[in-house]
Design a binder for this molecule. Structure first.
Ligand SMILES: C[S@@+](CC[C@H](N)C(=O)[O-])C[C@H]1O[C@@H](n2cnc3c(N)ncnc32)[C@H](O)[C@@H]1O
Length: 233
């Protein structure tokens, strides 16, 4: 992933992430005046939605560039650079969208988050899950990221001693003018790593995607996010 490098182009290329962050905030709203620590806040999509609910947000991200853009976009939050995958300071509630699937061991990270919360402290969590981007994964292989389905995520939460109060998978079919535009969007939002394939392989992939997933004037990609409202046991 190249989030720090892509912080300035993230908003332009992250329409699905914005929709999921807004849906997550609406899925299980916090009480007005609640104090929430956001992890992996990026440029502030979820931050802005939480602030609109009257929540006081400490927005944190591991990337200094993301935090700089976030501060410009959502100045009313308190912004900090912080690694979310190690121990984090105690907090009354945690919110996060589009972060946890990047962890090498999400179960260990969830244990750190659990440790930071009081008993009954809330975790509002959004993570991409299967069948997110299955069209692309079918053609490319799974890559370095491990994709989990809803049941696997729920098991991880249960092992980390979270009681899931509500959950659901939100699926969106996103249309792009061509698969090249889909690749550009993924690249511009920083979710791709160093190139793993030759230019010939990439050209063949683009041709196959355009042929297999054409719809109307463009191509489609499925995006899917698991929305979770949980409390620490
Ligand atoms: C896909 S973006 C999601 C950003 C935002 N939550 C959203 O929904 O648009 C993932 C974010 O996680 C951040 N991130 C990745 N690893 C991190 C870590 N270990 N600690 C904190 N932030 C991290 C990245 O810098 C990036 O801003």
């Amino acid at each position: 992933m190249r989030f720090n490098e892509c912080a300035r182009s993230y908003d332009e290329h992250a329409a699905p992430q914005r929709r999921f962050a807004e849906a997550l905030a609406a899925f299980a709203p916090f009480h007005r005046g609640a104090k929430v620590t956001e992890l992996g806040a990026g440029t502030g999509f979820l931050t802005a939605a939480l602030l609109a609910q009257g929540v006081r947000v400490e927005a944190t991200d591991g990337s200094a560039e993301m935090v700089a853009v976030g501060k410009d976009n959502v100045p009313l939050a308190e912004w900090k650079v912080r690694d979310a995958f190690t121990e984090i300071p105690a907090t009354a509630a945690i919110a996060s969208s589009g972060l946890l699937h990047w962890a090498a061991d999400p179960g260990v990270v969830l244990s750190h988050w659990h440790h930071a919360l009081p008993k009954g402290g809330r975790l509002l969590l959004g993570v991409p899950c299967d069948p997110c981007l299955f069209e692309l994964r079918d053609l490319m292989g799974e890559g370095p990221l491990r994709w989990r389905d809803e049941a696997q995520w729920l098991k991880l939460l249960s092992h980390a001693k979270f009681d899931v109060k509500a959950h659901g998978v939100l699926e969106l079919e996103e249309t792009y003018p061509s698969s090249l535009d889909l690749f550009r969007s993924l690249h511009g939002s920083g979710v791709t790593g160093a190139p793993r394939m030759s230019s010939g392989t990439l050209r063949a992939l683009i041709r196959d995607y355009d042929r297999l997933h054409a719809k109307g004037d463009g191509v489609v990609a499925t995006w899917a996010w698991l929305l979770i409202d949980a409390v620490a046991l």
